[in-house]
Ligand binder design. Structure first.
Ligand code: ADP
Ligand code: ZN
Ligand code: ZN
Length: 834
């Protein structure tokens, strides 16, 4: 039992990379209200004021300092629930980062107020019409004068300990916006509406008289009123007046009605104006929802087997290994419905690039407004709406990208991880460097939920665990309907070159195949995994290659923009036609990027409509979607792109997929290169022949005998897996060991080098030489002015205490950076690098 005379303390998570929790004192008046998971405002350090999350409450005063009081409590009910707090601590421990870094990644920024926050007046509000206290008035005036003020500035001017509360009240009154970046305003979306003022409802004769008089004297207003009566449907049901009609809807698309006429009716007291908060997500009429798709016999069998694995074999995790086009989504839909029927929540994870409107629309038609979508392309406001919607029960089903694992679920019974092999589930920068599939498994454990992994090309680790019986395994090797898997042809680039039969980057097979599709008015997807025009330029006279000023890597040539761009740090500079070393104008471009392919196609097939899909053409908010829509509408014949176009896209008329150059995938220096190449080639091939029309895939390579290409051709996934697992076992790679990558960074190369050596020595003291490899000089050994050295720690899967090893690694890093020379050394820890 809590003793109320005893002081109460809160240990909070500060959203900064700090190693521990901080203790604050809970003010008397907040005792009753405060719970774990609530957001609080605390002062930290000299100047900073931050939003922190209460981790837990206790009565134990800190020994070495007097805790500061919590300045404010922002929530009446927790923003973060207990299950999330458990998940977040697990993530911090497992991924060797701080709880603050996890919180920073987890919370949409609009839920955090920090010293970096901006405050501005809501456009169009008139502060005079609100009753404000003197202090509120002063704040509003200051904000009004400055347009936008950073919180810090405002706090310096106002000097009021309750500034946060005051701002929050002003925000609730709809007067001010608080937002993180100048662009992203934290505002609920509002709609301005009108409805008939009360007295006209009770006096229909008067309303009639009004109409008659308006018709003569003010026809515009008459129209507006008629339009209102019609759109609102009040004649059928007077209670509909309550909901009113959006102002915009009255005058938009109707030249007879000007906004001024509506305003005039408001002035006369015919209309009353009001505002409502509306969702940023368009509502769908529940009567228009579609029934679940009927499953084919093969799909039904897969469904039954998954049920069996979950509920008879009691597996918590099952792998659905279904070829591309087998209808995995349809099977998921049936599981989702079943989970929702039981009253629990469902999370459906998709990799970033696969989360297109194609899939969202498909699911929306079935699940309607129960479904929330959580996407990084969304604004912060939309993300907050989903967060709050999960809490309120509005969304019991969320389809989202990796960060959706952070949402405040409290009752999950099913998590689907689609395309579970996708590398983009792994976050590389910044910490937490988590893998959403692995986090999903932990999340499933916390909720006692089932986890369904799906892929046509499972990750080796996943397949191995399924083979070992740790996960249930269900295979579906047949495409839905009459669609068959495409025929794969390997085309020998070297032979074509010898015979002088290459047309630019195209050997005869691919060239002729494209030609045939264009004649038959079918569509083509061409894959080249390099954006830009050419990977680098080279002077033919002196051999000079333009490199990035900040990274040790050549600059990619982007011809269309006449730019040289660093794909590591984003630095760019103009591309001059001449060599900077010797002045020669004989500078050639080397290698092939998507831009070059696009240009070549325009020369080879001048009548074809060619478009390109890569990072450069999809930067704008809707650019990606527009490209997909155009391709779907067959406004594009040939779509050239990077791996963006490998995922989940389902186009009926694509009957040819070409891989322009498979070799750079096959010879990439990474232990996962073969696995990745197989997955990528199979996935991109899977875009062909998804309906009746037979599909064809042509892979161009200078090594047509390469075993991975043959595996792709024969769809021999298990052959590839067995060969690769053999290698991994021999050379000690996952899934047989766990990896922790350490990257040592310093602006001086000698120091990066020396520190990495010392760190290896420290680590080897307890872990031994066999477990600590390196330091290695990475392929690109300088990025953003930091020199890099890599260390790899390999840990057995059994018989060793993983968390003790992690503690020891953390300890070694700390010892290293305590040394005077190494104070500025940065060590990045990546658990399960991918
Ligand atoms: P996968 O995700 O396994 O690659 P999809 O779920 O995208 O496959 O299905 C491939 C295509 O087949 C889609 O166009 C889908 O609408 C269709 N399809 C699959 N199963 C069914 C079904 N049971 N009923 C109707 N259409 C289906
Ligand atoms: Zn030169
Ligand atoms: Zn660079």
């Amino acid at each position: 039992m809590g003793n109320h005379t005893q002081a109460l303390y809160a240990d909070v998570i500060i959203p900064l990379p700090l190693p521990q929790l901080y203790t604050y004192q809970v003010p008397e008046e907040q005792r009753a209200r405060l719970q774990a998971g609530c957001r609080v405002v605390v002062s930290f350090g000299k100047q900073k004021t931050l939003t922190a999350i209460v981790h837990h409450l206790h009565h134990k005063a800190p020994e070495h300092y007097t805790p500061k009081p919590i300045l404010e409590v922002l929530d009446d009910t927790p923003t973060v629930n207990e299950l999330q707090l458990s998940l977040f601590s697990w993530m911090a421990d497992y991924y060797m980062c701080t709880p603050g870094e996890v919180i920073q990644a987890a919370l949409p920024s609009a839920l955090k107020i920090s010293t970096q926050s901006f405050i501005s007046l809501v456009p169009g509000v008139r502060p005079e019409s609100h009753s404000l206290s003197e202090e509120e008035h002063r704040i509003v005036k200051l904000v009004q004068e400055h347009g936008t003020l950073q919180y810090e500035e405002l706090s310096r001017k106002v000097r009021n300990g309750r500034l946060y509360s005051l701002l929050k009240e002003l925000q609730d009154k709809g007067l001010i916006d608080i937002f993180e970046k100048a662009k992203e305003r934290y505002t609920p979306k509002r709609q301005r509406k009108v409805r008939l003022a009360e007295r006209w409802l009770n006096d229909k004769e008067a309303l009639n008289d009004l109409l008659v008089s308006l018709e003569k004297k003010a026809p515009q207003q008459w129209y507006a009123l008629l339009k209102y009566i019609e759109t609102s449907g009040i004649l059928r049901d007077w209670t509909r007046n309550q909901a009113g009609v959006e102002k915009q809807a009255l005058h938009a698309n109707d030249a007879r009605i000007k906004p001024a006429a509506i305003q005039a009716l408001v002035k006369k007291g015919v209309f009353e104006e009001f505002e409502v908060e509306v969702s940023r997500f368009a509502a769908i009429d529940p009567h228009k929802l579609q029934p679940l798709p009927a499953l084919s016999p093969a799909q039904q069998e897969a469904f039954r087997q998954i049920m069996h694995a979950f509920f008879e074999e009691k597996k918590d995790i099952a792998l659905l290994h279904g070829v591309t086009g087998s209808g995995k989504t349809e099977i998921y839909i049936h599981f989702i419905q079943q989970a929702l029927d039981s009253g629990s929540q469902v999370l459906y994870l998709l990799p970033e690039i696969a989360l297109t409107t194609q899939i969202v629309q498909r699911l929306r038609k079935i699940f309607g407004d129960k479904m929330g979508v959580y996407h990084s392309r969304f604004s912060d406001n939309e993300r907050v709406e989903v967060w709050r919607g999960v809490q309120s029960g509005r969304f019991s089903f969320v389809v989202g990208v990796r960060s959706a694992v952070f949402l405040p679920f409290d009752n999950l019974s099913l998590i689907i991880v689609d395309e579970e092999h996708e590398a983009s589930y792994k976050q590389h920068e910044p910490a937490p460097r988590y893998h959403a599939r692995d986090v999903a498994m932990m999340l499933g454990k916390l909720h006692y939920a089932k986890v369904l992994l799906g892929s046509a090309t499972p990750a080796l680790e996943t397949f191995y665990h399924a083979q070992q019986g740790r996960y249930g395994y269900v295979s579906l090797q047949q495409r839905y309907g009459n669609a068959r898997l495409p025929r794969v042809i390997i085309s020998d680039l070297r032979a074509a070159q010898k015979k002088n039969r290459l047309r630019y980057s195209f050997a005869p097979e691919l060239y002729e195949a494209i030609h045939r599709r264009l004649e038959r008015q079918e569509q083509v997807i061409l894959f080249q995994n390099r954006r830009g025009y050419a990977p680098y330029l080279c002077c033919e006279d002196c051999g000079w290659i333009p490199k990035c000023r900040f990274c040790n890597v050549s600059l990619t040539y982007h011809m269309h923009e006449r730019l040289l761009r660093c794909h590591y740090c984003g630095h760019q500079q103009g591309a001059k036609g001449t060599c900077r070393a010797c002045g020669s104008s004989r500078v050639k471009n080397v290698g092939i990027g998507t831009e070059k392919i696009e240009d070549e196609l325009k020369l080879l097939f001048p009548e074809a409509r060619v478009a390109r899909m890569d990072l450069d053409t999809t930067r704008g908010k809707d650019a990606y979607q527009k490209l997909i829509d155009r391709f779907e509408a067959h406004d594009i014949d040939i779509l050239v792109g990077t791996q963006m176009l490998t995922k989940g896209l389902d186009f009926e008329k694509v009957t040819l997929v070409g891989i322009v150059d498979a070799d750079q995938l096959l010879y990439f220096p990474d232990f996962r290169a073969h696995e990745r190449a197989y997955q990528l080639l199979t996935q991109v091939s899977g875009r062909a022949g998804r309906k009746e029309a037979a599909g064809e895939v042509i892979i161009q390579s200078r090594h047509p005998e390469h075993p991975v290409l043959l595996d792709v051709q024969q769809q021999a996934y298990e052959q590839l897996v067995n060969r690769e697992l053999q290698e991994r076992r021999t050379y000690n790679y996952p899934p047989f060991v766990r990896l922790i990558g350490l990257q040592v960074k310093h602006t001086k190369e000698e120091l990066a080098h020396a520190a990495a050596h010392d760190l290896v020595e420290l680590l080897q003291k307890k872990l031994g030489k066999a477990r600590v490899l390196g330091p290695d000089v990475p392929l690109v050994d300088k990025v953003r002015n930091y020199y890099l050295r890599n260390i790899l720690v390999k840990i057995e899967r059994q018989g060793i205490n993983l968390s003790a090893v992690k503690k020891y690694i953390a300890y070694c890093i700390q010892q290293l950076t305590l040394q005077k020379d190494y104070r500025r050394v940065v060590v990045v820890v990546d658990v399960d690098p991918a």
